[in-house]
Design a protein around this ligand. Structure first.
Ligand SMILES: Nc1ncnc2c1ncn2[C@@H]1O[C@H](COP(=O)(O)OP(=O)(O)OP(=O)(O)O)[C@@H](O)[C@H]1O
Ligand SMILES: [Mg+2]
Length: 260
């Protein structure tokens, strides 16, 4: 690999500037335990800049555990997590948030007593409110419904609106990597389409890198450039999104029998 790509000046102790070939996020042999139970058994996943990558798997496969392990809660007991070439495996969670990785966790976890506006403010606080008005407008263009509900408390929004708010809040922190845990969970097909269209648009227009965890394999694999299948804490298949959609083992396990 040549040095010619590493043009940014480096301060002492800073990680090596990543090259184009360095994955934005690299998960290497990660094992995560809950007590004595091994929930991740040596997981490898790469996410490159500008990609939408999806991880599909059934209930209990370890999808949320992987997402949370990347944020350091729980910690990986073995293996490495690299972000832009830098080892973040042991980095405190609040410092990881400042690396411009944003997460919309499973179950949405918005602040129910705060208004839509206040929830979005919380997201912007990570970025120091530097671009607040501009980013707010962008979120409202993406999800006009949130603008209509600006003074409504988060807890009184519908499920779909709460999901939009969770994604909007994550976007307000100006992430370079957006991680979404089951954004389609429990939502009507029309709302799922709106959410997935929004993700596609963010990726297309701004090159936002997205790591998406989903049980809704059909929509997720259609949207994603690449995908991984997680079974019982291990990646069993990976490939291009559309290619995985055609695989008989994916169809049998995740698509047929009305599962989508
Ligand atoms: N806090 C916890 N304590 C103990 N075991 C846990 C904990 N959280 C998750 N697990 C276990 O770890 C395994 C993986 O769970 P995880 O939530 O990561 O699955 P998932 O793929 O996200 O499933 P789902 O699609 O239902 O959200 C499951 O067997 C689960 O019971
Ligand atoms: Mg989960």
């Amino acid at each position: 690999m040549s040095d010619t790509l590493t043009t940014a000046p480096r301060s002492a102790g800073a990680p090596l500037a990543p090259t184009d070939a360095t994955p934005m996020l690299a998960v290497r042999g990660v094992k995560t335990f809950y007590g004595n139970i091994m929930a991740l058994k040596g997981v490898d996943v790469d996410v490159h800049r500008g990609e939408i990558v999806t991880l599909i798997g059934s209930n209990g496969a370890g999808k949320s555990t992987l997402m949370m392990t990347i944020f350091g809660q729980p910690r990986a007991r073995e293996g490495q997590i690299l972000y832009e070439g830098r080892d973040i495996t042991q980095m405190p969670t609040h410092e990881i948030a400042h690396l411009k990785i944003a997460q919309s966790p499973e179950g949405r976890r918005i602040f129910p007593r705060m208004t839509v506006f206040e929830n979005l403010q919380m997201g912007a606080s990570v970025d120091g409110f530097a671009h607040f008005e501009q980013d707010l407008e962008k979120v409202f263009v993406l999800f006009p419904r949130l603008k209509e509900r600006i003074n409504q408390r988060g807890g009184t929004l519908s499920g779909g609106e709460q999901q939009m708010l969770a994604i909007g809040r994550a976007l307000m922190s100006r992430p370079r990597l957006l991680m979404l845990d089951e954004p389609s969970l429990g939502l009507a097909p029309l709302i799922v389409k709106q959410i997935f269209d929004a993700i596609r648009e963010l990726n297309r227009a701004e090159g936002l890198t997205v790591f998406l965890v989903e049980q809704n394999a059909f929509h997720a694999l259609k949207l994603a450039h690449r995908g991984y299948v997680l079974v019982n804490g291990l990646v069993t298949l990976s490939g291009e999104g559309r290619e995985l959609l055609e695989r008989p083992e994916v169809r049998a396990a995740y698509l047929e029998g009305g599962k989508h």
